[in-house]
Design a protein around this ligand. Structure first.
Ligand code: WTA
Length: 651
């Protein structure tokens, strides 16, 4: 046990020896799910999920729980009808909870706004009518490019209300990425903002969009968030506020088929073209509502829940919008960065709103560790009772810091493993039932079957192998938008049509706990943000002076992985600092600032096999300073020695 006089560093060092952390008796006593039988119940997974689906409001009940007659194309709750916005709003208002706060919104400059369920219900109906009046119909795709403001929830729910399919693009993506995602999804309307606040500055979002959008969309709705004079094109562009004012107040929810699409969310895959993950209505809502309540031990009347992700990623879709609202939760929604106006802003927010459940990414925790314990220590964090992480493996040291400094040693931590594709959490520790092991996500949730298999698909025992999911689950992606073949090929070809290939390497220990190691494909995880190496490479070679580029994810203390780019220049050009800046800018323009390479290494040539394939594995070895393995399969083995020289020169 920690003794007085020890530094925090010493205390954490000592805790590193503890392999397991059990929830306290106090926590278990008050918890919602305390019967371990739930794991057994999950074995009969169709019955299990049907029971969870009962918690929603259905206009028409389903006839069949699961249709898996044409794998891997699953249909859940066949014949059932429901509306997601009804389940997230009307249901609570009708139950007399309209006055409950849905979001304590906090703006970057300290502005505060409490948005109640009744407020959302009213705005969503009006905006749904406005969308209709702009010609949006059931099945149309609506692109959304908004910062963390309440209007983003209104926009998403208004789409759900009328059966339009939203395609939200993370606000950190560049306008060019938005254009591309609009093109792929064939959206005819875009909802965006005049300017987005970031660390005291305003990014001219509408102007940036105008530069690239051409006549790709017929309509742009603009939310007013800043004082800049956004250019508005007559006939095409409309102010959100004016539309809302003019709109009819009543918009009955459209009864949707359980399998009607709810949204598309583009995410990075192995190639430069992002994948349009398609989620549908009944199964998705069942999955996120259940996992949100179970994993976070939610008590909607008491808890103040804060997921510090961005709505533009799947974590925001499932655990800022749909899960929490379906459960009638009071959440915090925060617009800004974790270090503006000060490095204690997160902890100020926890204290201010008496947050009880906090959910964030390991990268953010590592940043807070670096900024120093004085920031959390200067605020009262005693309201917290449960902590969560998502997006990347958490190193035990960051886990322990979170547990001790933020959670005061009283709050269980749930490390939640899942993906855009899975829709909701798949592997974690139900907090009152399982001990946590720092660095391991835990076990598959009830109803979910995961395994680690070898190259042939056999159980890998406790060896490292491919992480797979063995049964269909309600919130699974249904396909890649308009790319059924790519869907089958990416996820269901390696081990057969009933085994979902996750794309992560993992290990399962003797206790059945899963340890996620990282991606097996060319996807990089920077600060919990998914990026494809091919996407970044294609942005880099779009610079006129670049002949070729190879991008790898290099292990990084702060961001988990960081992007390192090996770049070959045209002709005999010399690499300069100026060129490095230009290349980084190019990536910011094409993808977004968060994708800029941390390190650029000039290469006269890249290591390639005789068939011309770049061997990224060798580049990773060299960047991370490992002994090089076999280089004899290279067309020109001397390339590696040259590169080694370059790296030494730079470091
Ligand atoms: C990684 C984010 C370890 C993993 C919800 C996965 C994790 C990818 C964890 C999905 C975790 C996510 N521990 N790794 N708890 N959570 N990952 O689609 O590699 O943005 O495949 O979904 O992030 O990223 P995505």
């Amino acid at each position: 046990m920690a003794t007085e006089g020890q530094t925090l560093e010493q205390q954490l060092e000592e805790l590193l020896d503890d392999e397991k952390f059990s929830p306290s008796e106090d926590f278990v006593e008050q918890a919602v799910i305390t019967d371990p039988k739930i794991y057994e119940q999950g074995e009969d997974y169709e019955a299990f999920w049907a029971e969870r689906a009962e918690a929603l409001h259905w206009d028409t009940k389903w006839e069949q729980v699961l249709d898996w007659s044409n794998p891997p194309f699953a249909k859940w709750f066949v014949g059932g009808k429901l509306n997601v916005s009804y389940n997230c709003l009307d249901r609570h208002v009708e139950a007399g909870n309209g006055g409950r706060v849905a979001y304590h919104w906090r703006g970057e400059e300290g502005e505060e706004l409490d948005v109640t369920y009744a407020d959302l219900h009213s705005d969503v109906q009006k905006f749904a009518n406005a969308l209709k009046s702009l010609g949006v119909r059931k099945g149309d795709v609506v692109a959304v490019y908004l910062p963390m403001i309440p209007e983003v929830a209104v926009a998403m729910l208004a789409c759900a209300r009328i059966g339009a399919i939203h395609n939200v693009v993370f606000g950190g993506f560049s306008a060019e990425s938005v254009r591309e995602r609009i093109e792929f999804s064939e959206a005819k309307i875009l909802i965006t903002v005049d300017g987005a606040r970031r660390k005291g500055k305003t990014a001219p979002i509408k102007e940036n969009v105008d530069e690239v959008i051409g006549d790709l969309v017929d309509t742009i709705v603009v939310v007013k968030r800043s004082d800049n004079d956004a250019p508005m094109k007559a006939g095409r562009d409309h102010w959100y506020g004016e539309l809302l004012e003019a709109a009819d107040a009543d918009c009955p929810p459209e009864p949707m088929d359980a399998e009607d699409p709810l949204y598309i969310l583009y995410t990075s895959g192995s190639t430069a073209k992002p994948k349009g993950i398609l989620h549908t209505t009944g199964g998705y809502l069942t999955g996120v509502a259940y996992t949100h309540a179970a994993v976070f031990d939610l008590k909607p009347e008491e808890d103040i829940y804060w997921c510090a992700a961005d709505v533009g990623w799947v974590t925001g879709h499932s655990y800022i919008i749909y899960g929490p609202l379906a459960n009638g939760t009071t959440s915090v929604m925060y617009e800004g960065a974790p270090d503006y106006p000060g490095k204690d802003i997160w902890w100020e927010i926890v204290e201010r709103y008496k947050v009880t459940i906090m959910y964030c990414a390991p990268t953010a925790i590592r940043a807070c560790m670096k900024w120093g314990v004085e920031h959390p220590a200067s605020h009262d964090l005693s309201s917290l009772r449960l902590l969560g992480t998502v997006g990347e493996p958490i190193n035990p040291k960051a886990w322990l810091w979170y547990w001790k400094v933020v959670g005061g040693g009283r709050c269980p931590i749930v490390d939640t493993w899942w993906q855009t594709e899975t829709g909701g959490v798949m592997i974690t520790t139900l907090p009152a039932l399982l001990d946590a092991k720092p660095g391991s996500a835990g076990k598959p949730l009830p109803g979910i079957e995961a395994a680690v298999v070898d190259e042939e698909g056999n159980d890998a025992g406790t060896e490292q192998g491919y992480l797979v999911l063995k049964r269909p689950w309600p919130s699974m992606l249904r396909t890649l938008y308009k790319e059924d073949d790519r869907f089958v090929e990416t996820y269901w070809n390696k081990f057969g049509k009933d085994t979902y290939l996750v794309g992560d390497a993992a290990r399962r220990d003797e206790d059945g706990y899963f340890w996620i190691i990282g991606r097996i494909d060319d996807v990089v995880n920077v600060s919990g943000h998914r990026l494809s190496t091919a996407e970044v490479e294609s942005a880099i070679v779009s610079h006129g002076k670049v002949a070729e580029a190879a991008v790898i994810g290099q292990a990084d203390e702060d961001t988990g992985q960081a992007i390192t780019a090996f770049v070959t220049l045209e002709g005999d050009l010399d690499g300069t600092d100026e060129l490095i800046a230009e290349i980084r800018e190019k990536v910011a323009d094409r993808i977004g600032k968060f994708a800029r390479p941390k390190r650029i290494i000039w290469a006269d040539d890249l290591p390639k096999t005789r068939s011309g394939k770049i061997m990224r594995r060798l580049l990773r070895d060299i960047a991370e300073g490992r002994e090089l393995g076999d280089v004899t399969t290279l067309r020109d083995p001397s390339v590696m020695a040259q590169l080694e020289g370059k790296i030494k020169e730079r470091d």
